[in-house]
Design a binder for this molecule. Structure first.
Ligand code: SF4
Ligand code: SF4
Length: 471
């Protein structure tokens, strides 16, 4: 097998002995890197601020998996709203899939928190402390002298502090920022289990960003693994224009005053700068590979080289395979149209369900195992449990129930009127009594209104059992 086909057999970060080949990427610079910096500042601000922003008293983003409570863009999702949460998650996945079909892994390079933190936070600190690629390689190989100890201790300490900050923000997403701030002000020793979780998260982030790094994208990330099925020849990805780069006689080193066109040489001068700058250690000239996170560093690097040797920029650029092979323009393919249609329907359903959702949700269910009871005066009685969820940040006071579909009475076991506290659940037992003459069968469907004072705030249904002989 030819040497340049080796990339198909192994990943760029594993050496011939099967060990991890540590990547020392050159510090990127150029047009796209500058744009990415600004995008990363905006996203970091969003990521750090979201758990601390409130909309109508609700945390802007919260993913409380333990209590199954989620806030998305300030809209609270309770366990009772789980279907809405699932639909919004499916919409999100389809959106990312649609986007990937059209634009490849643009999400990985520009928006993924792993890339943002790795390339725009931790890597930049590394360049600041250890220097650029050459200096990093030298430092890695040199013996443990004063300089190496000082730089390593400084770098690892800064990495630890940042990992600790990220772990705190992560916890704010999980348990809510109010609770996190309360725990901090109470003192960490009052909440030992939370402190332990915090330190575990810190250790995980430290491990990921100080050591595991690009392996997350290559080995662990399921999205990266899906690229093979999502991408086609029309997907726009970071690509090497092999037609232009290889020419008729292949890539050749640059020689001054040489007419490369006349000699049939491609525009690639085989300088390896696109490889040196790659954070996943691959050679983009081998074609689209699963390791490529579309970070654009190789575009910037190759453009700088092209400028130096006076050749047109864009040898590596955002392009589809069809664009490179056939000079085809971007088209809205049937697959893209299909994804867009599904996405539009899902978002429509989601928005509809959000608008139809009540602030107070009532569930009234017959007590399991209990049959009806006959009472004097031809009255039939059924016993129920009720659950009221107040999804708002305000208390709902003076709550009572009323039968809307039948004449009859509803009596609560404790008090007749009560308050459902903000973001709380109220539950209890109630009896419904109806004269048998008013019933239509042995299993009537009742419509019950939930009132706050005089105002009807929710309606719900329940089954009412009666003896057959009463029909
Ligand atoms: S940076 Fe450009 S010219 Fe240099 S090896 Fe890569 S593709 Fe070829
Ligand atoms: S090949 Fe280019 S775009 Fe892909 S990860 Fe490497 S540097 Fe980034």
């Amino acid at each position: 097998m030819a040497m340049d086909e080796n990339f198909r057999d192994s990943i760029g970060t594993i050496n011939e002995e099967g060990k991890r080949a540590w990547i020392f990427p050159k510090k990127p610079s150029g047009r796209f890197y500058e744009y990415r910096k600004w995008v990363s500042y905006a996203l970091l601000l969003f990521l750090f601020a979201s758990p601390f922003i409130k909309v109508n008293g609700h945390q802007f983003l919260m993913f409380n998996v333990l209590e199954r409570r989620f806030n998305i863009f300030g809209l609270p999702f309770w366990p009772q709203d789980f279907h809405l949460f699932v639909i919004s998650m499916i919409s999100g996945v389809i959106f990312v899939a649609l986007f990937t079909v059209a634009f490849g892994r643009i999400f990985c390079g520009w928006m993924c928190p792993q890339t943002i933190f790795m390339e725009m936070v931790f890597r930049r600190i590394e360049y600041w402390i250890d220097g650029d690629r050459g200096a990093q390689i030298r430092l890695d190989r040199q013996a443990w002298n004063g300089e190496k100890i000082r730089k390593r201790v400084l770098k690892w300490s800064v990495f630890f502090v940042i990992s600790f900050i990220i772990a705190n923000v992560f916890l704010a997403y999980l348990i809510g920022s109010d609770r996190l701030i309360r725990y901090i002000t109470d003192g960490p020793l009052q909440h030992i289990s939370t402190l332990v979780s915090l330190l575990i998260f810190t250790a995980v982030f430290y491990f990921v960003f100080a050591w595991f790094r690009e392996q997350v994208c290559i080995i662990a990330c399921p999205y990266g693994r899906m690229q093979g099925v999502l991408l086609d020849n029309k997907s726009v990805v970071v690509a090497y224009d092999h037609k232009r780069g290889e020419g008729e006689s292949g890539r050749k080193k640059f020689r001054k005053n040489e007419d490369r066109e006349a000699l049939g040489h491609g525009d690639c001068i085989d300088c390896f700068q696109c490889v040196n700058v790659c954070p996943t250690g691959i050679d983009i000239r081998n074609g689209t590979q699963l390791e490529c996170v579309n970070c654009t560093a190789c575009i910037d690097e190759c453009d700088a080289i092209m400028e130096k040797v006076n050749l047109p920029k864009g040898l590596i650029r955002y392009a589809s395979e069809d664009n490179i092979e056939k000079k085809a323009k971007f088209t809205f393919t049937p697959r893209l149209k299909g994804y867009t249609a599904v996405l539009t329907i899902l978002i429509g359903v989601l928005v509809g369900m959000l608008f139809l959702r009540n602030d107070l949700e009532a569930n009234i269910l017959r007590l399991p195992g209990q049959l009806y009871e006959r009472k004097a005066g031809n009255i039939i009685s059924n016993v129920y449990t009720y659950k009221l969820v107040n999804k708002t940040t305000k208390d709902v006071a003076d709550v009572s129930f009323e039968l809307l579909s039948h004449p009859g009475t509803i009596s609560l076991v404790t008090h007749e009127h009560f308050t459902v506290l903000a973001e709380e659940l109220a539950e209890g037992t109630l009896f419904i009594e109806i004269n048998n003459a008013a019933l239509n069968g042995d299993k009537d469907k009742l419509r019950i209104g939930v009132y706050s004072g005089d105002q009807l705030i929710e309606t719900t249904t329940a089954a009412f059992l009666a003896p057959r002989s009463y029909k």
